[in-house]
Design a protein around this ligand. Structure first.
Ligand SMILES: [Fe+2]
Length: 442
């Protein structure tokens, strides 16, 4: 595509079989600044068109071999933009009209022509040619630019799509990784809390139960999911500091401890916080662990904090911790007894505002046990199983060793064996037995 910006001298092709006509026309245009090219026949004219850019074609109509109308029609195929003018005698007006219709002639001029009229017609034709070329150039330029834009936009779209796919994949991988990390962290926390239970056998799955109750109470008291999770982690690890407490102290209940032993025992809440101090993410968790033995009236340890000065998460863990121990130790209608004991300590040991949620969750838990019983089985801790009970599922040790098969009837001996295994390799879940009549816990 040529650029039409610099306006070249218009080239005019004059086709006439009469030499004197050709020459006089050439002379006529000598001062117009136009370049004149002459051809004696239509055939010669077509040859010139093939190798030259011609703005205006002036052709005589009446020529031997090829008429002006025919020549102009052929010339259209070679040089479609050239402006065509046919020269004709008065008698040939009809053929001139044919030249306009079929040969695409711009106009016709009759012989003998008027010099000025012919010059101004050719100048106007040359101007028209230039405008046409410019228009065609600009149209073509716009079309090419549009195509380019379309291509860019398609490329951009593909790029954006690719980026979106990449981002989505990365996001998915990140989510999977986060999920795995979260899972690993939960595993780690739970194994860590198992360490305490390996030594303190007075309670079964105590940490997990306190964690579940604490999370529930936290949610009931308006904690967000994430904060409630944090409270649950602190609850799961609340007694982690007991790892440093001698066995002789651990096996006693707090009221059996000597003054010296009490001092040692009470260190466990601070040791628990210290155990997590190295992990920045567990800073707040550590604080809840430190304060899980503070009493609402300020009589607790280690700092003697009072009322709302005790972090709410720590107050929650304190009441959930006590409730689970009461439930596990009391006999008979344990939930009711445990709740009664909690009520006696409200305002002194525990935040009275937390009793409602604890009671609600405790009753829901009892209801779920009854539902389990409706399925024909119930989950019991090892301390609750009794001779004569029938296993509804097999019993495995914590490391997966099969201890008793499904359907086994428990007796003193098998219970003793389970106790031995569980003392070194306890399973995380309880023992499932068939319901034969009265449920032992409701
Ligand atoms: Fe504790």
């Amino acid at each position: 595509m040529s650029t039409p910006e610099e306006k070249k001298a218009a080239r005019v092709l004059i086709v006439d079989d009469e030499e004197n006509v050709r020459n006089s026309l050439k002379r006529l245009f000598i001062d117009t600044g136009m370049e004149i090219v002459l051809a004696p026949s239509g055939k010669a004219g077509l040859e010139i068109l093939k190798g030259n850019e011609i703005a205006v074609i002036i052709s005589d109509q009446r020529m031997p071999e090829m008429s002006g109308a025919d020549f102009l029609a052929f010339s259209r195929e070679i040089s479609p933009d050239s402006i065509r003018i046919v020269l004709t005698g008065y008698a040939d007006v009809n053929t001139a009209i044919k030249a306009i219709n079929e040969g695409g002639a711009y106009r016709y001029i009759t012989k003998p022509w008027n010099d000025n009229e012919l010059i101004s017609t050719v100048k106007a034709a040359a101007e028209k040619y230039h405008l046409l070329r410019e228009n065609r150039y600009l149209t073509e330029l716009t079309r090419k630019q549009n195509e380019e834009l379309k291509r860019w936009s398609a490329e951009l779209e593909i790029y954006v799509q690719q980026q979106t796919i990449d981002l989505t994949n990365q996001n998915k991988k990140l989510k999977q990784l986060n999920g795995r990390l979260e899972g690993q962290l939960k595993e780690f926390i739970s194994s860590f809390s198992d360490l305490i239970e390996l030594r303190d056998r007075t309670v079964y799955s105590h940490s997990s139960h306190v964690a579940a109750m604490s999370k529930g109470v936290a949610l009931e008291t308006g904690f967000g999911q994430e904060e409630a999770e944090m409270v649950a982690v602190a609850a799961q690890l609340h007694d982690i500091g007991k790892i440093g407490v001698p066995d002789v102290i651990l096996i006693k209940s707090p009221d059996e401890l000597s003054a010296e032993e009490t001092v040692e025992y009470r260190k466990h809440s601070i040791r628990g916080q210290v155990a997590l101090a190295a992990l920045e993410e567990f800073k707040e968790t550590g604080l809840l662990i430190r304060h899980h033995h503070e009493n609402f009236d300020g009589s607790g340890f280690p700092d003697g904090l009072k009322g709302e000065n005790i972090p709410l998460g720590a107050r929650i863990i304190a009441i959930a911790d006590r409730f689970d121990r009461l439930v596990k130790k009391a006999a008979g209608a344990r939930i009711e007894d445990a709740l009664k004991k909690l009520r006696e300590s409200l305002g002194t040991q525990f935040d009275p505002a937390l009793y409602g949620p604890v009671e609600k969750l405790a009753r829901e838990d009892a209801a779920s046990l009854v539902r389990q019983a409706g399925n024909g089985e119930i989950e019991l801790s090892l301390s609750d199983v009794a001779p004569g009970m029938v296993l509804s599922r097999e019993v495995r040790s914590g490391t997966g060793l099969l201890l008793l098969g499904m359907g086994s009837v428990l007796n003193e001996k098998t219970i003793e064996i389970l106790r031995k295994y569980y003392s070194v390799d306890p399973h995380r879940s309880g023992i499932f037995v068939r319901i034969t009549g009265k449920t032992p816990r409701s």
